[in-house]
Design a protein around this ligand. Sequence first.
Ligand code: MSP
Length: 650
Amino acid sequence: MRTLGEKFFLTTPIYYVNDVPHIGHAYTTIAADVVARYKRLEGYEVSFLTGTDEHGQKVLQAAQELGIQPQEHVDKLHSRFKELWSRLNISNDDFIRTTEERHKSLVRDILQQLYNRKEIYKDSYEGWYCMPDERFWTEKDLVNGNCPECGRKVEKIQEHNYFFKMGQYQDWLKAHIRSNDKFIQPASRRNEVLGFLEKPLGDLCISRPKERLPWGIPLPFDQNYVTYVWFDALINYISVHGSLDDIKKTGFWPANHHLLGKDILTTHAVYWSTMLKAIGLNPALNLFAHGWWTVNGQKMSKSIGNVVEPNKLVDQFGVDAIRYFLLREVPFGMDGDFSHKALIGRINSDLANNLGNLLNRTINMMIRYHDKVVPEPTSLDEDADLKNEFRKGIDNVHKLYDDLTYNKILESIWLLVDITNKYIDKNGPWNLVKSEDGKQRLATVMYNTTECLRVISILIYPFMPQSANTMVKQLGIECSVEDQGLGSLNTWGGVKPGTIVQPGSQLFPRIEDKEAEKILSTIESSAEENKEKSLIAKTEGICDLVLIDEFMKIDLRTGKIIEAEKIKKSKKLLKLKVDIGTEVRQVVAGIAECYEPDQLIDRTIIIVANLKPAKLMGIESQGMLLAASENGKIVLAGFDSEPDKGIRVR
Ligand code: MSP
């Protein structure tokens, strides 16, 4: 065990403020929280940082669409992340926003210092620019003429810009990665970065002309430019500690871990490490790139309607079940698939049946056999095997934290849960209570079981802080997990005999089959609704130009609504029968909030007649009707006078 007060600094990426927080964001933040809580238990002084990335093109565009100033926009949006972190019991010590003065002033300072030292220079530049990603690419980077990262169109841009001399650090960076095994984890990602560094490393364009992008931090030496959003954002990891002088004094540098997703490893391993080298600071000790979550095998996307929102999960399953599931289900570093079914499975088996039941039966036996009072063990020498298994388990957990193998940590803890359950079964307190000799042994068994649970509560605490402290309370232990600390795992016997257990509610209630079915079917229908919403929303975006023959491929026709009815369980959808002259089509339309079925009968509308049929809420839709939608109000497209059915509209 280590000395008290040593410093430990770890970070999550700062999230784009425009994004709706989803399980991908929650994943990194929970993973970081687990380490932060564990390190605090160990006695470290921890600084755990998260925050929001608030500059750049996308924020500006979104604010313009809303007709508000970008600052007002980000002031509103950033709190979605703050609120989610508080619901998920994230124990971050600070929350940085890149629009805060403390951040902007350090970005300016670093830029000025690097400029003065000629690490930054101005040059003319011609390249392919991906507007949504805000990144330049060379001709050879492009894939089929499109952005290699997002596949979208790129624009050829020629302009003057400022460059950071990143290329000069290539050899140093390669050597640093090679001589520091744990600098980039997992090893497969480390090899990818080394592979990337086999090609010559160019300099980094770190400015954007203000006339093209006014929403950013102005360069201190040229007000016509703002700072490239990544150069700005990465500095958050030190701006949170103050000035460059401050950070050297705080003891929080180098960061122990930057946790991040695999998609942003290059920016951290290459841009950030070379920036730090130029600034005169050491790189972080560890960059851990985790994998990506898909949902039922698909990428999370609004248009598929499958974005998993952590707030909803917390409402439905409780915060600790989510924290547990995300880190138990998939090895950190690998891609994983999220399914509500798998989540329910884990809640029932690992949490309710194994851990919850262990606590429950222990407390019940304590009530039944010892009148709620934890007995004095008759002998401390008995049950050496049990104590050895626990010692091994605890040591193993400590070791596994070095490589952030969260799933294995949880596996090891659950091995201890199993061992305790088996210890009870083997000793059979229900038989021991029957004889005087047995009662002596019973006292030791009940004491040891309580001590096992105390140890387990401390070990699960970083993952499930709320449940861990509930366990401690139910066991009647006066000291919270935080106050006991990891040091209390060094000796067997932390539970004081005489402690009175406090029966409480089930730690993790089982989700019965019927309820599970109901939950899964509601989730399915809300995914369908989201899909519909997003189909409608898509028509609201600004579209690319199309050629006339492309437009003519869309078969728009007049149709008369002959039947209309509401769809059960859906607030938004109506099922219509539309006569388009040659046939009657079934159309599912998201207009239920603005039209009553009766109002629609005999109305002539326009439908897209050659749209591939799709199922919404399990009902086939054989076309789509045209409507305008503004602020949730939907108005059907129509005509001055009534045309016949089945007329082509152009
Ligand atoms: N703003 C930058 C980071 C700047 S750090 C100096 C950014 N933001 S982000 O909001 O797009 O992404 C933040 C993190 O969320 C990344 O680590 C990314 O990998 C992670 N994820 C986004 N979608 C994800 C999944 N579907 N699954 C797991 N993580 C994912 O990039």
